[in-house]
Ligand binder design. Structure first.
Ligand code: ZN
Length: 474
């Protein structure tokens, strides 16, 4: 497959241009997405990134690519160590709690699992080997305190991703913390020699007693599972510097090869018009929102419904609207099951072709999800009008159902509208009621209808047999 054949275009942060997507290997995509630092519950800003990445992966799969997806778990860094010490529990126990919480959260949001979730603490030998290679290649050095630093002056492409000007930097100045600003760009720690503040968190390696820096973790784990060069690397825009800039410097200086072909970064999330921060009272984890009774699928829909490179303003009004939009899609799929008209004279087929083209072209164009959703909701409105008119045939409705399932494989918000939620005892009652109707025992059939209603199941007798739906709880 060549670039034009894939039809996909992505905005590559590295070149600041929209480029045709051509994977290294035809039909396959190797994808790395920076995972959570498991020191706290993830907040909705984190989930915006994870949902954008989920949408990207699902769209690549919709277009027929086999995606190998790696998402790391940062379970040792400045933040996890500080957190575990504050709670006075071992690091492993501390991070395990937040790791489990993370998996519960992404399951609630219907995020497709990655193929690999490597943990930093389980890849110390790979990181050690990578740092040794950087020393051998002349890009890393040991400081007085026995920590090992990356010499950014040695790497001629340093700053190319985030557009910082290295000439203005003081060479030899060093930063040991994992996070710092562009203005503080300097030699950064690959391996941090043990200090008493680290407590019992250290490894005895050929590099000495210490622990890895955050950035080397992602270089080591991405290349282990995806190879020295891979297709797509994603993350939030706030990770572009220093994290991704440093990943490139480490990986390319070690291998002499290009690290990543396409860098995709999602923009920030605002809440009610301002930066999300605990001090502004607008900081929400997923758990906070679920605790307020919101549907995780509505949250999913809301967070992925704005283009990933646009700033997104989260509001509760928007969340209500998202819940309504999801319900509209579910109702539409539900209604299709009852269609039994004489046929629309080709109208449904034309609309179906139109929405497939509209949705597909929008998503191919750097995941323009807002345009794709506009095409989808136009389609739903027009087919609903045909359903109202009673002209949609069984066959047409089935075809629309197939198309909707395809789109939902990408959006992940409709699911199996009926089958998943019928209470098991209701199934038996429906069968008994059918028996009663067959023998003309209307009193029994009506009594069973009432019992089903008590279970929240509404049964309707149609020319095609009995249909049921769950009563909407208000
Ligand atoms: Zn990372």
């Amino acid at each position: 497959m060549n670039a034009s054949a894939s039809g996909l275009r992505f905005f590559n942060t590295f070149t600041r241009r929209k480029e045709s997507f051509a994977p290294l290997e035809p039909g396959k995509v190797r994808l790395y997405t920076c995972g959570p630092t498991v020191y706290d519950y993830a907040h909705i800003g984190n989930f915006r990134a994870f949902l954008f990445e989920d949408l990207l992966k699902r769209w690549l799969e919709y277009r027929g690519f086999k995606v190998t997806h790696v998402m790391n778990l940062t379970d040792v860094d400045d933040k996890t160590i500080k957190g575990s010490q504050k709670q006075q529990i071992p690091l492993v126990q501390y991070t395990e709690h937040y790791t489990n919480a993370f998996f519960e959260d992404i399951k609630a949001l219907n995020v497709k699992p990655a193929d690999y979730y490597p943990k930093a603490t389980e890849h110390i030998p790979e990181m050690t080997a990578l740092v040794k290679k950087l020393i051998t290649n002349g890009y890393a050095y040991k400081s007085e305190d026995n920590s090992i630093y990356y010499s950014i002056a040695k790497f001629k492409n340093y700053g190319k991703l985030s557009h910082i000007k290295v000439a203005e930097l003081k060479t030899g100045a060093r930063v040991k913390t994992d996070e710092y600003t562009k203005e503080e760009a300097q030699d950064f720690a690959l391996w941090k020699a043990w200090t008493p503040e680290d407590g019992d968190v250290f490894w005895e390696t050929e590099l000495g007693k210490g622990r890895p820096g955050w950035h080397i973790e992602c270089s080591a784990m991405s290349m282990k599972y995806l190879g020295e060069t891979f297709d797509i690397h994603c993350g939030g825009i706030d990770n572009m510097f220093p994290h991704h800039e440093n990943e490139i410097a480490q990986s390319e200086a070690a291998t002499g090869k290009k690290f990543v072909n396409y860098w995709l970064h999602n923009e920030h999330l605002l809440v009610e018009g301002r930066k999300m921060a605990k001090k502004f009272g607008n900081f929400y984890t997923l758990r906070d929102l679920l605790g307020k009774g919101y549907d995780p699928i509505a949250i999913r829909f809301l967070l992925l419904s704005t283009h990933y490179r646009a700033q997104f303003n989260f509001t509760f009004e928007g969340l209500e609207a998202a819940a309504g939009a999801v319900e509209r899609l579910r109702n539409f799929v539900r209604r299709l099951q009852d269609a039994d008209g004489a046929g629309s004279g080709g109208r449904v087929a034309a609309l179906t072709r139109e929405v497939q083209a509209g949705f597909g072209e929008a998503m191919d164009d750097d995941l323009n999800v807002s345009a794709a959703l506009a095409a989808l909701f136009d389609f739903v409105r027009e087919v609903n009008a045909l359903l109202d008119a009673g002209v949609v045939s069984r066959g047409e409705a089935d075809e629309v159902g197939v198309v909707m399932r395809g789109f939902d494989g990408v959006l992940g918000v409709v699911g199996e509208v009926e089958a998943e939620r019928l209470p098991p005892e209701a199934e038996k009652l429906i069968a008994r009621r059918e028996e009663a109707r067959k023998v003309g025992d209307w009193a029994e059939a009506d009594a069973l209808r009432v019992r089903l209603l008590e279970l929240g199941v509404v049964v309707e007798d149609t020319p095609h047999g009995v249909r049921w739906r769950l009563e909407k709880k208000s």
